[in-house]
Design a protein around this ligand. Structure first.
Ligand code: GLA
Length: 394
């Protein structure tokens, strides 16, 4: 079984300082931002609903230092490649290059009036790419912290999260919600973060210290992930448009209850009805799961996770064979409190809550079971909830 390479943060920061000195000369300041796993509340963020993610101890770091001109020179340790971006000439649009995230963040920061200084950057991270753990939010947020820090600008974390989301929307063509960037900015060690995606009010819930976040990577990402994500957003908008005719004043599915949805079922196509039912019921589950956590009822929390997975599979139809296999195997393990797919779906990872004492053994069982059934060797990551973005002090 292949495991995630353990990430020694102090070591990475040291490497980045050295790399910066070798590539550009001089001293750098290092900023980092974490990826995230979503505990519950899937496909609710862009419906003004509730989510409960946690930042994880997989990070992207950006070493930064000033330049005298208006250029961003960016070296990616992961891609072993360098790119130049001219400040003042950045326009929205996707090129498909890894530097779109950096270009996007710089473009959006400047569009909001934060005039940036030229900078040299070295970027490195260990959030697995394209596996639903928000490697993109991590690079966006780390970049934003680095560029703002380098320019002597102070911006609050919520505004940073919003600008990073905008960068992802406008420069990578992904119509994502606010969840990933928000928790990458506001995460807290040992805590899940419940976010109201309309007001952006949030509440931090301590996770039981004996419980680990076991993340299992199916190692697949189906082609249709992006187009289906956009299609789900449209289906939700369609639901709001039609229900708005009989429920004046609703702005998003957040404003609709299950009883009203059932009452007006006949107005919706069966597909739109199912999409709405997922979102509305998922919003309820997040709130009930938060209450369970507050009572330290981790098995109760797990039952809402199971229900969330079922709803994502049957009503929202964003799961896939590999995710279902991984979740089924996990749900058969007596030591697992809860298991579900996490993130946008169509591949990527599952999240499992497991006691630290048995985590190692359980993850091996799940990995072997998954490989036996699919022929695919999964990666598994034993994580802890981590703090949000910060300047590295090492
Ligand atoms: C992706 C998006 C998030 C959210 C999830 C689904 O991770 O980036 O904004 O919509 O999918 O919950």
């Amino acid at each position: 079984m292949q495991n995630a390479q353990r990430f020694d943060r102090a070591e990475v920061v040291r490497t980045l300082h050295t790399r910066y000195e070798n590539v550009y000369g001089g001293a750098a300041t290092v900023y980092g931002a974490p990826g995230r796993v979503n505990l519950i509340g899937e496909h609710t963020d862009y419906n003004d609903g509730f989510v409960m993610p946690a930042a994880i101890d997989m990070w992207t770091y950006a070493a930064v230092g000033p330049r005298p001109d208006r250029l961003l020179r960016v070296y990616s340790e992961n891609f072993q490649a360098s790119v130049d971006i001219a400040l003042g000439k950045i326009a929205p649009g996707k090129t498909g290059h890894w530097s779109d995230y950096v270009r996007g963040v710089a473009g959006v920061l400047e569009a909001h009036g934060h005039t940036l200084r030229g900078a040299n950057l070295v970027i490195q991270g260990n959030v697995p790419l394209g596996s639903g753990l928000s490697s993109s939010a991590a690079i966006e947020v780390a970049t934003a912290f680095a560029l703002l820090g380098n320019s002597g600008l102070q911006v609050d974390r919520t505004s940073i999260a919003r600008m990073c989301q905008q960068a992802e929307n406008e420069y990578t063509g992904t119509p994502c919600g606010i969840m990933d960037q928000f928790v990458s900015c506001h995460g807290k060690e040992g805590h899940g973060l419940m976010l109201d995606c309309r007001s952006l009010d949030y509440h931090l819930f301590p996770l039981p210290p004996a419980v680990c976040l076991l993340i299992c990577n199916t190692m697949v990402k189906h082609e249709l992930a992006n187009s289906e994500y956009a299609a789900r957003r449209r289906e939700c908008q369609e639901g709001v448009r039609i229900l708005g005719g009989v429920l004046p004043g609703i702005r998003a599915l957040r404003d609709v209850g299950l009883e009203d949805l059932e009452r007006y079922k006949g107005l919706l196509t069966p597909v739109v009805f199912k999409r709405c039912r997922h979102v509305i019921s998922e919003n309820g589950r997040v709130q009930e799961a938060a209450a369970a956590l507050q009572r330290a009822d981790i098995d109760g929390f797990g039952r809402f996770m199971a229900e969330s997975h079922r709803s994502l599979r049957e009503d929202y139809e964003v799961s896939c064979r590999e995710l279902d296999i991984m979740v089924n195997i996990a749900q058969e393990q007596p030591e697992i409190h809860g298991a579900r797919m996490t993130g946008g779906g169509f591949g990527g990872c599952t999240i499992n809550l497991v006691e630290a004492a048995t985590a190692e053994e359980v993850r091996q069982r799940i990995a072997l079971g998954y490989e036996a059934e699919t022929g695919i060797k999964p990666e598994t990551y034993l994580c802890r909830a981590s703090q949000g973005a910060e300047q590295a002090t090492h």
